[in-house]
Design a protein around this ligand. Sequence first.
Ligand code: ADP
Length: 171
Amino acid sequence: MQRLNPLRTSMPKKIAVYPGSFDPITFGHLDIINRGLRIFDEVIIAVAEYPSKKALFTVEERVGLIREVLEDNDKASVDTFDGLLIDYVLSRGASVIIRGLRAVTDFEFEFQIAQMNRAISQDVETLLMMTSVPFSYLSSSIVKEVSSLNGPVNGLVPPSVIKSLNGKYNR
Ligand code: ADP
């Protein structure tokens, strides 16, 4: 059954949700957030509580790191969600889901999810934003892998994230 957005006609603000694991947030994510902020009145960064995904940081830690990095941007906020993404998006009065595309390999997965979400609600559009070239190879996984081996991750994640990674790997 189609889920309709009850706030659609009365919502003057264009709100987008940027969902993901953010385990941890990287400069690639931040680039997408900053570009999203140029298009939308408000961007909600929504940290998913996927029970099946093995994460290094707890959801609370991930939220805390994002808040620290965003500082006082009144157009960006951080939240958590579980369950169906579309239900969360509609509950926040948003009409757009932002996702990032790094390579062709991301495309198939994102395309499938976007089509599925569109089948669930036509009141929500997915906006796939292409990565900026310097971040095209950057993922939270690669950051964790390099950091766990004591490799350098400066330039890939903010200093506060480096500090937290060092803490996780007992350095
Ligand atoms: P998920 O587990 O949902 O993929 P991630 O935190 O890994 O969560 O990614 C969230 C979103 O950010 C995804 O759409 C992903 O493609 C995008 N993303 C991650 N890293 C980058 C990057 N370096 N450049 C552009 N988009 C990115």
